[in-house]
Design a protein around this ligand. Structure first.
Ligand SMILES: *Cc1c(COP(=O)(O)O)cnc(C)c1O
Length: 378
């Protein structure tokens, strides 16, 4: 087989370490490990299998879509799986119920779907329904408005169906340390839940990674870590290592060649970068066709392993589909040397959070954008 053009190592020990970090931050809480979007681009089978030994009896996995839930069922046969988007149609509802998935009810139409389904199936043994009632507290994306919440809650309770009911909501601004909306959402959540009859014993869930690391008062009964499992920071402007998280994905490629570019000449598409002096420019075999962000500007760092040492080199010129170029002044690199784009290797770390800041995005997006050209191994 040909050598991989670009490759990503998935460190499953780091993944388990990060889950334990989440547990330490929210001691005694149940964990709903979020592995949607192919485990944030890390490979859902690898990630689910790696986490299984540290998933406890009352914990869950969460995915966004029903398709993802069905795929995950093949890997993780016994763990409970929560479908964050919930069903959209009658067919989807039937699949969710028969699959035994936990699901989010975020809109009135889903209550209607369930009502119809129950009418059609009257007289049969009632199914176990594990429903997470999602309340809009200020995100204004998915979630029941306060006007619908009370009705739907009372109707659900009156059914006396077996299964768990969880009351949940989601923060809009938990990644900023002091945002007034995060306080307001906690207050609204508390007030809305208080207004529901017999809701005291019902588990609550409010915090994703950002809430886990920075809002202890919002941990409630079940926490929903996503990005922190993969070692990136949920908070804007910090790296995962700040929370003692370890990078899980290490993205690598090789130095293909080195050009001696003359002073004043430009490098790459658009001729956006000019060498101020004669400069050795390294060409690295990875680009946006592999998921490296095209918007990473000149100056964005990569790590190169050359002569037994680790060197940081800045991007020089635009990222193209299969390649990117770096300034190698002062670096004794040669073709074939390994390059780290983000992650950790050779005892050094290049946080995806840092690359994301250069590229004007977040590590979540970097991870999700890695393409199928990249060869994954763990
Ligand atoms: C994606 C998601 C999470 C995980 O968020 P992170 O910021 O990655 O921890 C938690 N809850 C819900 C509802 C989500 O959609």
């Amino acid at each position: 087989m040909a050598e991989a053009h670009s490759w990503a190592h998935i460190d499953t020990d780091a993944l388990r370490h990060n889950l334990e970090r989440a547990r330490l931050s929210a001691p005694g809480r149940r964990v709903c490990a979020v592995i949607k979007a192919n485990a944030y681009g890390h490979g859902v089978h690898t990630v689910a299998r790696a986490l299984q030994p540290v998933i406890q009896a009352d914990d869950l996995f969460a995915v966004a879509t029903l398709d993802e839930a069905l795929t995950l069922r093949h890997t993780a046969s016994t763990e409970a799986i929560l479908v964050l988007r919930g069903p959209l149609t009658e067919d989807e509802l039937a699949l969710v119920v028969h699959g035994g998935f936990h699901w989010v009810m975020h809109s009135r139409y889903q209550a209607e779907l369930l009502k119809n389904w129950l009418q059609i199936h009257t007289g049969r043994v009632p199914p176990t329904l594990n429903i997470w009632l999602k309340i809009n507290t200020g995100m204004n994306r998915l979630g029941l408005p306060s006007e619908d919440l009370h009705d739907i809650w009372c109707w659900l309770q009156s059914l006396k169906l077996p299964g768990e009911r969880v009351l949940m909501s989601h923060f809009a601004t938990a990644d900023e340390h002091e945002h007034v909306l995060a306080h307001q959402q906690q207050t609204r959540f508390a007030e809305l839940v208080k207004g529901l009859p017999d809701a005291e014993r019902c588990p609550r869930s409010l915090s994703a990674s950002a809430g886990i690391v920075s809002w202890p008062q919002a941990h409630h009964d079940i926490v929903r870590p996503g990005i922190m499992l993969y070692g990136a920071s949920p908070m804007a402007d910090t790296d995962g290592s700040h929370y003692n998280l370890k990078p899980v994905m290490s993205l690598k490629a090789r130095l293909l060649t080195i050009n001696q570019v003359k002073a004043g000449d430009s490098v790459g598409y658009g001729a956006t970068y000019h060498c101020e002096e004669d400069t050795p420019v390294g060409v690295i075999g990875i680009g946006y066709g592999d998921g490296y962000p095209r918007h990473a500007p000149s100056g964005t760092p990569v790590l190169i392993h050359a002569h037994g040492k680790v060197w940081e080199a800045p991007l020089a010129g635009r990222v193209s589909m299969d390649m990117l170029t770096v300034d190698l002044r002062g670096i004794p690199a040669s073709h074939g040397d390994e390059v780290l784009l983000w992650g950790q290797s050779w005892g050094s770390e290049l946080p995806a959070d840092r690359i994301a800041r250069y590229a004007g995005t977040i590590a979540y997006e970097l991870f999700c954008q890695v393409t199928s050209r990249v060869r994954f191994y763990s």
